[in-house]
Design a protein around this ligand. Structure first.
Ligand code: PSV
Ligand code: MN
Length: 430
C-alpha cells in the first residue's frame, strides 16, 4: 500500500470532468496520425514508458545570488522533499524516481528506502557536491576540489564522491553525476593542463570505486561559479574525460550549460555516435544557466534534442539508455507545478519526435531538399500531442490535467500548516 499524497478519488473526480473531451480529442488526433501512417496507441504506449527523474533540490524554492523568496509550505528536508516528489509522480506518472544531492539530502539509507517505498518512488543518479563547503569539513573548496593544487583537498573531494556512491548503492541508485565548480577567475590563475591532469587523476580514483553495474556522468558547464575558465568547460573536455576514464564513464548534458546559440542537438548526436551520451539535466534558458522550466523558452530546441534521441532509438543502438533528469530552479512558481509542467513538456518533445516521418525525412535529406526536410520536422513539432500525453497519464492512474488537479487538492495549503520552518530547495544554498 502506498501512502498517497493526492487522493485517488479526487483524481477520479477531476478526470471525470475532462474524460469526454479527451476521448474525442484523442480520437481526432488518432485519425490525423493514421493518415500519415502513425499509430496513436503505439505512440501513447511509448510515451507512457518514458520517465524523467525529479531533482530533490528542485522541489524547494530556488533563488539567485541577490535574493530568495521562499514559498509557503516548503520542504524542510529530504523526507518532505520526497513527499512533494510523490505528488508530482502521482499526478503525472512520468517521474517515478528522485535524484539526490549529497550532503543536502544525507540521511540514513534505511530511512530513505522506507520512505521512498511507502511513496512508490525510487532513486535515480546521485549528485555529489564539492562546489560548496559543508559545515566542519577539513579543507575548503574555495580554490577547487577534484583539481585543487593541494593533494589533501583533492583526496577529501574523492572521498566525498565515494561516499555518494556508497549511499547510492544502499538505495538502489546506479549512477553518480559529478559536476564541479573548479576553474579560475583570472588569466594566469591556474595552469590549464596541470589542473586538468589533477582532475583526471582524481576522477580515476572515483571511477575505481564504481560498482560494476554503475555509470559515472561528468557534467560540463561553460562558466559559473568560475568566470574565466572552468575545468570541465565544454562537451569536448567532457568527451576527453569519458574516453580517458573508461567504459562506465559518460557525458551528461545540462541544457543550460552552453553558450547562447550553441547547437546542443548536434552535441547530443556526436555523443550518441561515440557511445558517450550519459544523460541530461533538462531545463531551459534565455541567457546562461538560467535553470528555467523545460520547454518554457525554446520548445523547438527541446524537440530537436529529442529528435536525435528518437533517431538513435530508431537505429537500434545497442545499450542506448541515457538518463533523463530535470535540473531547474523555481524562483517565482510553486516548484511542484513547475516540475509537473516540465515533465509534461519533456514528454511532449518526445511524443512530437516520435511522430516525425523518418522515412520521408531521410528521403529529403538524400535529395538535398532542405526545405522539405525542415518542413518534415516542423510538421511534427506543430502537432498538438496533448491528447497523447493526457491519455498516457490517465491509463497509468494519473491526472488528465495534473496542475488543475493539484490545485484542487489543496496540497500546498495543507503542508503549509505542517511545515512551519522551511529551509528551501538546496538547503539554503542556490
Ligand atoms: C550546476 O549548475 C548544476 O547544473 C549541477 O548539476 C549541480 O549539481 C546542480 O546544478 C545543482 O546546483
Ligand atoms: Mn545540472
Amino acid at each position: 500500500m502506498t501512502d498517497s499524497k493526492i487522493s485517488a478519488d479526487l483524481i477520479g473526480t477531476e478526470n471525470g470532468k475532462r474524460a469526454a473531451a479527451l476521448t474525442s480529442d484523442y480520437a481526432a488526433l488518432g485519425e490525423r496520425l493514421a493518415r500519415q501512417g502513425s499509430d496513436i496507441e503505439a505512440i501513447t504506449a511509448k510515451v507512457a514508458e518514458f520517465f524523467v527523474a525529479v531533482p530533490s533540490w528542485g522541489v524547494g524554492t530556488g533563488g539567485t545570488r541577490f535574493a530568495r523568496f521562499p514559498g509557503v509550505g516548503e520542504p524542510r528536508g529530504i523526507f518532505d522533499k520526497l513527499d512533494d516528489c510523490a505528488v508530482i509522480q502521482e499526478l503525472t506518472r512520468a517521474t517515478p524516481t528522485v535524484s539526490l544531492h549529497i550532503p543536502w539530502d544525507k540521511a540514513d539509507p534505511r530511512e530513505l528506502n522506507a520512505k521512498a517505498k511507502s511513496l512508490g518512488l525510487g532513486f535515480d543518479a546521485m549528485n555529489s557536491n564539492t562546489f560548496s563547503d559543508a559545515p566542519g569539513q577539513a579543507h575548503s573548496y574555495k580554490f577547487g576540489s577534484l583539481s585543487h593544487v593541494d593533494a589533501a583537498t583533492r583526496a577529501q573531494a574523492v572521498e566525498h564522491n565515494i561516499e555518494c556512491i556508497e549511499i547510492g548503492n544502499a538505495i538502489g541508485s546506479k549512477a553518480l553525476t559529478v559536476w564541479i565548480g573548479d576553474g579560475s577567475n583570472f588569466p594566469g590563475q591556474t595552469n590549464f593542463t596541470r589542473q586538468f591532469e589533477r582532475y583526471l587523476a582524481a576522477m580515476a580514483d572515483i571511477y575505481k570505486a564504481l560498482p560494476g553495474d554503475w555509470r559515472i556522468f561528468s557534467e560540463h558547464k561553460m562558466y559559473e561559479p568560475a568566470f574565466y575558465s572552468t575545468v570541465v568547460q565544454d562537451w569536448g573536455s567532457n568527451l576527453l574525460i569519458a574516453q580517458t576514464l573508461g567504459d562506465k564513464a559518460f557525458c551528461l548534458v545540462d541544457l543550460g550549460h552552453h553558450a547562447p546559440n550553441t547547437n546542443i542537438e548536434m552535441i547530443v548526436a556526436r555523443l550518441i555516435q561515440f557511445n558517450k551520451l550519459g544523460g541530461f539535466h533538462f531545463n531551459d534558458s534565455k541567457y546562461g544557466d538560467d535553470d528555467l522550466d523545460a520547454g518554457s523558452i525554446d520548445p523547438y530546441r527541446l524537440f530537436l534534442v529529442f529528435n536525435e534521441l528518437v533517431d538513435a532509438e530508431h537505429r537500434g543502438i545497442k545499450g542506448f539508455q541515457p538518463a533523463h533528469m530535470i535540473d531547474q530552479s523555481h524562483n517565482v512558481t510553486d516548484p511542484i507545478e513547475s516540475l509537473i509542467s516540465s515533465a509534461n513538456e519533456i514528454r511532449r518533445a518526445y511524443a512530437q519526435a516520435l511522430i516525425v516521418d523518418r522515412a520521408a525525412l531521410e528521403g529529403y535529406q538524400g535529395d538535398n531538399d532542405a526545405l522539405m526536410a525542415s518542413d518534415t520536422l516542423k510538421r511534427a513539432f506543430r502537432a498538438d500531442v496533448e491528447p497523447i500525453l493526457a491519455q498516457a497519464r490517465l491509463l497509468a492512474g494519473g491526472a488528465i490535467d495534473p496542475i488543475a488537479t493539484y490545485r484542487a487538492s489543496g496540497y500546498r495549503a495543507k503542508v503549509a500548516g505542517e511545515r512551519p520552518a522551511s529551509i528551501g530547495g538546496s538547503g539554503g544554498i542556490v
